[in-house]
Ligand binder design. Structure first.
Ligand SMILES: C=C(O[C@@H]1C=C(C(=O)O)C=C[C@H]1O)C(=O)O
Length: 478
């Protein structure tokens, strides 16, 4: 006898949405509209969006995003359209391409919710151009309108399907919608048959680092300090890569799962470009959240380790709070963000003193910032103004950033750059893609950096990068 508790075959959320008169009317009118694209958003039975991605392993393009503390997660796969741009105007170009697409999409949504409807998922590169070999596939700006997307926002679960009508007959489009919806109706029923997951152990990690890496870093930090003494700039952020190899290729979604479990206070992201290549990370740094003219960002700069006891941890936090060097590193970020937002907002709100943000591996000085933005502004405009903040670039921005490559000799690609999603209204959310790695088959390039000011100690900064590599190293190793 089957001892399992019986469940409804079709979740009630679906039945109501599919049976509604509005949806029937929308389907009947498919043939009347000249728009080449169609999106349908329906509520679905609860399923972890990351699990849904794992139940659909065959897609080349995949995207995952979450902020468990903010109770939001998004998974998506497939590509119906992509937006690409390069150069200094790439933010504006992406906004323009989106405006162009807006008129090409017929969107149906069964629920009124800010996360309902199509989203574009992707990111920008750190530099204006991104032509480096390893990062070439990602481009200088690239966003995908996926075939399907699951959004979990608090207790609401939404499915958005996008269909390219491609001159198909209305009946064929209708069939396509119904068969895709049916696939997702059965998705949560498939979860149980995956009780025993395949092993995620991709073998012991081996580090490919040249023996003079440490010395080279010390020299680079000393050079940066010299330039600061010469008053070329006041702060610069230097990063370094760490390449590791495992025996076999890891499953990208398993890495994301491990990051999410350990760093729920972070934005966990996965941008899989093809079955061999992905960019993953767990970043604590919000660049921009924008909805209804309300803008949220933050200053995150100034770091120390976590303690081995509660008392040591508190002492480290106090020392960080009192550190003149760390407070000045932080202050540059707050000053620049205030300056950058001035033309968009009359009121920029933030506490006078930073707080402490504690992560599993490090603690940071942190200042939450909010602003109400004047009408007609889109998220791309705001992030083009903000990126790179002195948390990942330097201060003054242009003077510092123009020296980063000369000193680092590193193709940053999408590291430390805006990553996230946006909708057709120009609302969205972007994080700064730090604590991240570019994965290709069994090789991973990890990135970590730190802010250098006049009195930075090169040895301490080296140790800070080691702490910052930890989330990615741990999630990659077995
Ligand atoms: C550049 C990184 O982190 C940034 C630099 C920090 C610092 O210098 O204290 C702190 C947080 C981030 O803004 C990184 O993690 O790679």
């Amino acid at each position: 006898m089957n001892s399992e508790f019986p469940e409804n075959i079709i979740p009630t959320e679906f039945i109501e949405a599919i049976d509604s008169q509005d949806f029937t009317k929308f389907l009947k009118q498919i043939g009347d509209s000249p728009s080449p694209l169609l999106t349908v958003t329906l509520p679905i039975a609860p399923i972890d969006p990351l699990a849904a991605l794992e139940l659909n392993p065959d897609y080349e393009e995949k995207f995952y995003w979450d902020h468990p503390d903010n109770k939001i997660s998004i998974s998506a796969a497939g590509k119906v359209r992509e937006l690409k741009a390069t150069g200094i105007d790439r933010f504006e170009e992406i906004a323009q391409q989106t405006a162009g697409l807006k008129g090409e999409i017929d969107a149906y949504t069964a629920v009124r919710h800010s996360m309902a409807g199509p989203l574009f998922l992707g990111g920008y590169s750190f530099d204006n151009h991104n032509i480096g070999r390893v990062w070439k596939k990602f481009g200088a700006a690239r966003f995908v309108l996926p075939e399907w997307m699951l959004v979990k926002s608090e207790d609401l679960h939404l499915l958005t399907l996008t269909i390219d009508k491609k001159n198909s007959k209305p009946h064929d489009i209708y069939q396509q919608i119904i068969s895709r919806i049916t696939e997702f109706i059965h998705l949560s029923g498939e979860v149980l048959s995956n009780l025993k997951s395949e092993t995620t152990d991709s073998g012991v990690l081996c580090t490919l680092q040249s023996p003079d890496e440490h010395q080279a870093w010390i020299r680079k930090v000393e050079l940066a300090r010299e330039m600061i003494r010469e008053k070329r700039f006041e702060k610069i952020v230097l990063a370094r890569p760490l390449t590791v190899e495992s025996k076999s290729s890891p499953v990208f979604t398993h890495i994301t799962y491990k990051l999410r479990e350990k760093y729920p206070e972070c934005f966990n992201f996965l941008v899989q470009k093809d079955s061999d290549t992905a960019f993953v990370g767990a970043t604590p740094e919000r660049l921009a959240s924008f909805r209804n003219n309300t803008f949220r960002t933050e200053g995150l700069a100034g770091s120390t380790s976590r303690g081995k006891s509660a008392l040591e941890d508190a002492a480290l936090a106090q020392k960080l709070m009192k550190s003149r060097k760390d407070r000045s590193e932080h202050e540059f970020v707050i000053r620049a963000i205030n300056d950058n937002l001035k033309k968009y907002s009359k009121r920029i709100n933030h506490p006078k003193k930073p707080e402490i943000k504690k992560l599993n591996n490090v603690q940071h000085l942190f200042t939450p910032i909010s602003a109400s933005i004047k009408k007609g502004v889109q998220i791309h405009e705001l992030i083009s103004e903000m990126h790179p903040t002195p948390a990942v670039g330097g201060f003054p921005r242009d003077e510092a950033v123009s020296h980063i490559y000369d000193i680092e000799q590193l193709d940053r690609g999408w590291y430390a750059a805006p990553i996230g999603w946006f909708n057709l209204n120009g609302w969205g959310e972007f994080a700064v893609a730090i604590r991240s790695a570019l994965l290709h088959k069994n090789r991973a390039v990890l990135y970590a950096g730190c802010g250098i000011v006049a009195d930075s100690d090169p040895e301490k900064e080296w140790k800070e990068t080691i702490l910052k590599f930890r989330p990615m190293l741990e999630s990659l190793s077995g």
